[in-house]
Design a protein around this ligand. Structure first.
Ligand SMILES: Nc1nc2c(ncn2[C@@H]2O[C@H](COP(=O)(O)OP(=O)(O)OP(=O)(O)O)[C@@H](O)[C@H]2O)c(=O)[nH]1
Ligand SMILES: [Mg+2]
Length: 290
């Protein structure tokens, strides 16, 4: 069988995580309409008859403005070195810009075997798609596939192109495994996802979540305690909401997802904490797992 690791790269918000979820066939990465949703590399495992493809989802590549941003970019470029192939994602609706060119240059320099997915074709016009393909075609990568990850169109074709670039190898993961994330990370990400769509402007970037405790109690309930961390005292009341309403709604929705995931009743204890300027504090970033 063919097998290998594929780094999924591209600018923020182009749909990398949506593609990974569609290819794996279940939700392994959270998704939102805001850039910088993904903050860790997440492996999603695609099991096929003829191949095992491990898609390494990563944070969008952007001009870093904080220590966190720098770390995320380094993380992504680091994954290229270990990858057998690369899936470079473009947004069909947004003209190819300097950010895309920088990534393309990097991939060419590293000599990565690359498939380009032109995503979101469901919202782009025919002429937009043609002109994007013509521009990107100048990079001379292995294949170019127009897709809509949202509708699932073309995702199989992308996988076929990637498999063609991989060598024969073993299955790295058992068939029952779809992601490499520890449970505590999946839990924290689910809580963060519930906030992303509800907060405006800069606040989503100022928020992170850590799981402090996961314990299955004698009565079969999983007790989970998680902390929502914000950067400023003024952000705390926003995250909690009037009369605690937002915190309650987020807790409720996250709990429903977690009960499905863990197949047990869940007691979710959420607290909000201020860590001043956490995105620029190296030691704190270490502790938070970045
Ligand atoms: N119309 C349309 N929207 C899409 C498609 N794929 C993804 N999206 C939307 O694009 C937004 C971003 O999707 P994500 O998968 O979170 O993007 P990402 O590249 O992982 O973003 P970061 O992790 O922030 O870098 C979400 O609102 C998705 O629903 C698509 O094929 N068509
Ligand atoms: Mg993502």
């Amino acid at each position: 069988m063919k097998s290998g690791f594929v780094a999924v790269v591209g600018r923020p918000n182009v749909g990398k995580s949506t593609i990974v979820n569609a290819a794996v066939g279940r939700k392994v990465a959270i998704i939102s309409s805001r850039p910088q949703t993904t903050r860790n590399t997440i492996r999603g495992v695609v099991h096929r008859e003829d191949a095992q493809v491990i898609l390494v989802d990563s944070p969008g590549l952007h001009k870093p403005r904080t220590e966190l941003g720098e770390r995320l970019n380094r993380l992504v470029y680091g994954t290229l070195a270990d990858a057998d192939a690369v899936l470079f994602v473009l947004d069909a609706g947004a003209p190819i810009g300097p950010g895309d060119r920088r990534i393309a240059q990097r991939l060419t320099d590293v000599g990565s075997k690359t498939v380009v997915a032109l995503n979101k074709i469901d919202t782009a016009s025919k002429s937009q798609i043609t002109s994007q393909l013509a521009t990107a075609g100048a990079w001379d990568f292995a294949a170019y596939v127009p897709i809509s990850a949202l509708k699932g169109d073309g995702v199989g074709a992308v996988l076929d192109e990637l498999v063609a670039l991989l060598d024969d190898g073993p299955a790295f993961y058992p068939e029952t495994m779809f992601t490499d994330q520890p449970e505590s990370q999946v839990i924290a990400e689910i809580v963060r996802e519930k906030y992303l769509s509800r907060l405006h402007e800069e606040l989503p970037h100022s928020l992170t979540v850590t799981t402090d405790e996961v314990e299955v109690r004698a009565n079969g309930t999983t007790y989970i305690s998680a902390r929502i961390i914000v950067e400023r005292e003024s952000q705390k009341p926003i995250v909690i909401g009037a009369k605690g309403e937002l915190l309650r709604t987020v807790g409720q929705e996250a709990r429903e997802d977690l009960e499905k995931l863990l197949a047990t009743p869940v007691y979710l204890d959420l607290r909000v904490k201020v860590e001043k300027g956490w995105q620029d504090r190296p030691q704190l970033l270490d502790r938070l797992g970045f």
